[in-house]
Design a protein around this ligand. Structure first.
Ligand code: GLA
Length: 638
């Protein structure tokens, strides 16, 4: 009897709990009173991001994606958190990031997911800050990034067909995904992590060379355990051919495009609309102006997007920097146009993490889409205009060749990707020096085989530049055997367009003197990697004279007292080259602009003496100056 009563009490209590649970669940699903935060309630997750009605839902609760792109590989790691906190404080709820294959696999089978490339740590940080994540793993990412993120060693195969089901490409994608996907799969929403969606490739509609390729990438993600919502992303032109069955289509634009939006309604009626890339600004090219997109216009379009019930992702929320040699290029004509080092993008948060009028306008707008007050905006960090550094140590380029990898001897020119360096992966970035001999002067013709720009020397005396526009130079007459040298710079591989397969660099074919192809080259790979710069640094340098030799390296020491601050290197009086601080490549500078300064993150400096090395092609000032603010050049509206 007692047992029966106890049993009834137990059953009633159990029923009450079940009842309460069900009612709670209904309330939670219908009204959405609990808005799930990244990192919370990981055990109770039952359904990830769903796109089967006009609004996204996450575990049944309506979710408007308010996203922002910020790339870990363009932000010094020590600043990741600062940028993400500023994103959260702006009212965004989702971080979107690409994954650059070329940095993660610099040589075939040689992977790097450490330090600056610790993608898992970046995703975890987003979660900690309270942001969902949409992952865009490519393998092609475009993004004004060298070869759209594809590793240059793929081009060693002369038959390579990038972004197709060519086995040489799919095999390489498979091995990269074998390494990448197991790292991110556990960070998916249904496994308790912040990743709510994954993008399949990038704007394939604009490339569309192989109609089996997108299905291959989709399967490559699914078979490795990607379970969250899949999306594709296309611009207006690409939208019609882009996309995949069963994968949500999203659109990219800058100015509101009613036709594209109507089109989305026809192909995906009753599904949520996401502007995956709302271009908050634009990128810059060397020799061009700095693009800006007025804050009022940007905020007005975001306001309209939201008013129409769509979700949005700002590309970029914070652009960052194309450190090193990683910026890409455009080739809309036969002349390649290289991207600058800064990826400020005129985005809401500037390259150095400053708030801009766009940030404030956006924050005000987004505050109406939150029931709670937005977090306070994090305090800005101090930047400093350090005292100018005397660059009075010098080393001519010719004397540094002994620190490079052993030169390669070849009867004919070999493009940089196919050089036998870098453990069989070829040279990826930087400069390559091709040397041969001549016994006469005459007409030197590049036969348009210079990729992308060559400084030409006879016995180390500069005679001119060869590039896409200038294919001919006069070699002065002279006696005896003379050395003819071509210092060829890879200015960045094209990241957008149909010519990806043609992005081999260096000398990609014969060059001729008086119409006879030159032969017997000694080829030095000068990618200026950290080991090379360190070797240089430990050598004895000469004091600079009034007429230093060019191209050449210049060295000086930046003194920092106390905690280092961010700063900008100002290249006043310098012409074209690369800056290295404590061995790190800050990127290219070029007096033709628009950009006149390089961002130097404080965390890359130390208290005390900091080594500054500048590689300059043609003209060096006595000092290297610093400024607290950037100079991105003369502006023009997008
Ligand atoms: C496209 C690409 C992005 C980027 C933008 C322009 O939308 O998907 O990676 O290149 O263009 O900034």
């Amino acid at each position: 009897m007692v047992m029966t009563r106890l049993w009834n009490v137990h059953v009633n209590r159990r029923n009450a709990i079940i009842c309460f649970g069900i009612v709670g669940l209904i309330v939670y699903r219908c009204i959405g009173i609990f808005s799930m935060q990244p990192g919370e309630m990981s055990q109770s997750r039952t359904e990830g991001l769903n796109a089967n009605s006009s609004q996204f839902t996450l575990d049944g609760v309506a979710l408007r994606i308010l996203g922002g792109s910020a790339h870990y590989f363009r932000i010094p790691r020590a600043h990741w958190k600062d940028r993400l906190l500023k994103m959260k404080a702006c009212g965004l709820n989702t971080l979107t990031t690409y994954v650059p294959w070329n940095l993660h696999e610099p040589g075939r089978g040689k992977f790097d997911f450490q330090n600056q490339l610790d993608l898992e740590a970046y995703i975890r940080l987003a979660e900690e800050v309270g942001l969902w994540v949409i992952l865009r793993p490519g393998p092609y990412i475009c993004s004004e990034w060298d070869l759209g993120g594809l590793p240059s060693w793929l081009l060693r195969d002369k038959d390579m067909k990038l972004r197709t089901t060519y086995p040489g490409f799919t095999g390489a994608v498979n091995s990269f995904f074998d390494e990448l996907i197991p790292r991110v799969a556990p960070l998916q929403y249904m496994r308790g992590g912040p990743i709510i969606a994954v993008q399949v490739e990038n704007e394939y509609g604009s490339y569309a060379k192989d109609d089996r390729y997108m299905a291959f990438i989709k399967e490559a993600l699914l078979s490795r355990g990607i379970r969250e919502l899949l999306m594709t992303s296309d611009n207006r032109e690409g939208l019609k051919v882009g996309g995949l069955d069963g994968v949500l289509k999203t659109i990219n634009f800058q100015k509101l495009n009613p036709k594209a939006i109507q089109y989305m309604d026809t192909v995906q009626p009753q599904q949520p609309k996401l502007v995956m890339e709302y271009w908050s600004g634009w990128f810059d090219l060397w020799g061009d102006l700095h693009h800006v997109f007025p804050a009022e216009d940007m905020v007005a379009v975001v306001r309209e997007i939201l008013k129409q019930g769509m979700s949005v992702n700002l590309y970029m929320f914070h652009g960052g920097t194309n450190f090193g040699f990683m910026s890409g290029a455009l080739a809309l004509t036969s002349v390649l146009r290289a991207m600058v080092t800064s990826y400020d993008y005129d985005a809401p948060l500037s390259e150095a993490g400053d708030y801009t009028p766009k940030y404030h306008g956006l924050r005000e707008l987004l505050s109406h889409y939150h029931s709670d007050k937005l977090p306070e905006t994090p305090a800005l960090r101090w930047r400093k205009a350090y005292k100018a550094v005397n660059m009075n140590l010098h080393m001519p380029l010719w004397e540094t060749l002994r620190f490079a990898e052993k030169p390669f001897i070849s009867a004919t020119p070999v493009n940089m990707e196919n050089l036998p360096v870098n453990s069989g992966n070829g040279q990826s970035y930087g400069y390559t020096l091709y040397e041969t001999t001549v016994t006469s002067g005459g007409a030197l013709n590049s036969w348009n085989n210079v990729r992308d720009r060559a400084l030409v020397f006879v016995d180390q005396v500069f005679i001119g530049v060869l590039d896409y526009r200038t294919v001919e130079l006069a070699v002065p007459d002279g006696k005896g055997v003379r050395k003819l040298s071509f210092l060829v710079e890879n200015c960045g591989r094209v990241n957008y367009g149909k010519v990806l397969d043609e992005q081999r660099k260096g000398l990609v074919g014969d060059v001729a003197l008086n119409n006879i192809p030159l032969k017997d080259f000694t080829i030095y790979s000068l990618d200026m990697n950290p080991a090379f710069i360190n070797r240089l640094g430990s050598m004895i340098w000469r004091s600079r004279t009034n007429a230093p030799s060019f191209p050449g390296f210049f060295q000086g020491w930046l003194q920092v007292t106390g905690t280092p601050s961010d700063t900008f290197v100002k290249l006043l009086g310098w012409s074209k080259g690369v800056v290295f601080i404590n061995g790190r490549n800050l990127g290219r500078y070029w007096s033709i602009g628009p950009q006149q300064t390089l961002y130097l993150p404080g965390p890359w400096l130390r208290s005390g003496s900091n080594q500054v090395i500048v590689f300059e092609e043609q003209e060096a000032a006595a000092k290297l100056q610093f400024d607290a603010n950037p100079d991105l050049g003369m502006a023009v509206d997008v």
